[in-house]
Design a protein around this ligand. Sequence first.
Ligand code: FAD
Ligand code: UDP
Length: 388
Amino acid sequence: MKKYDVLVVGAGFAGSVSARALADRGKSVLILESRDHIGGNAYDFMDEMNVLQHKYGPHIFHTCSEKAINFLSRFTEWYPYEHRVLGLVQDKVVPIPFNLKSIELCFGEEMGRHLKNALIRSYGTETKVPILELRQSDNEEVKELAEFIFENVFKYYTMKQWDMTAEEIDPSVTGRVPVSISYDDRYFGDYFQKMPKDGYTELFKQMLNHSLIDVELNCDATERIEIDLEERRILFDGEEFEGDVIYSGIVDGLFHYQLGELSYRSLDFDVQHKDGTFQECATVNYPTPKEVHPFTRITEFKYFMEHKPQNTTTIAIEYPMPYDRNGEKGNVPYYPVFTDESKAQYEQYVEMANRIPNLHLLGRLAEYRYYNMDEIVERALELVETLA
Ligand code: FAD
Ligand code: UDP
């Protein structure tokens, strides 16, 4: 078999960016990918409605990282797209993140003005406040408003998404969508908000198109790689592999669940094809109780495309569900679930991994962190710099 300098597990952003950056430095790389395609969770494909569908949920690229932009721009042109989300709050459809406009829509002009002023007096304008912090406000009116937002935007969505309360999950999770004391109704604040012009999969194809990179699809690396903790080495197909191994899968899986299973949350997407256009923006959130809407959000993919089909559309209704690696459904570990217990268990796996000098954990799963795509690109480039 051909000898490679580096072995990479996973062809998502973590694996593919590392592989390309290594190949650019003259290293030969073999990527092992268990799925039948590259791109990881960012994978997209043109469906029968001529819509570029995101198979693993909506992926919007946004960043302030020049490093990530410069690297990825070698492999794609971009289509400017700013993500806006609406949410069903009581009987109204209002902008999410909840902002000054959402207050006006929910409370009417007079009461709305009053509440906006109370907020601005406490926090200033053009600021963002996580909901859990807003609930701690000393100002009675702000506190009441915070309870309204909590109840109608966060409480049930979070229960549905995580099967735990917003108080139980790590505060950084709800902090991703802070209450916005401004009229900026974009979902993300980064200055660079663009989609790869021909889609993510095409971007990955270009990125991996290098003579020093080979990709093996349909290959579960944990069946080929063995971690020998005694001898502190990695075996690949039964022989010692002395080069670096970059691993972007789940870390409990790598160690065959020796310390128990880490906690993940999964999703099920009900994909439907329709005539015309379904909703007025790409994503509509349903922060309502499970009994009213058993799903969290509906995404209409054609909004992400530069050339949208006019008469047809594809939507995905997103149902959170427990992760079950052997299940027919729910077998994709979409999100690490952050609790003190799961983080401590993860650290024990990291201690095991650290005993192997040429093993590097990288990515949303392997690092057990809620990373966005741009953060993974940066981390991959940094890792390759340290290896060089
Ligand atoms: P992944 O993309 O998960 O890639 C890991 C790859 O490794 C997969 O292809 C997997 O099949 C493979 N693999 C795993 N184990 C093995 C094994 N044993 N053998 C072989 N291959 C293996 N980020 C944003 O910036 N914007 C967004 O809008 C956004 N939306 C998201 C929506 C959802 C529903 C989810 C779940 C995530 C979203 N993200 C978003 C985050 C984004 O998906 C991640 O940052 C990114 O995919 C991380 O890349 P990765 O390479 O670490 O992981
Ligand atoms: N969230 C919520 N209501 C919303 C939007 C988000 O409660 O309308 C909370 C929920 O806990 C969610 C978290 O904020 O898991 C992060 O939301 P984000 O949209 O970033 O989630 P992702 O796109 O990563 O699934």
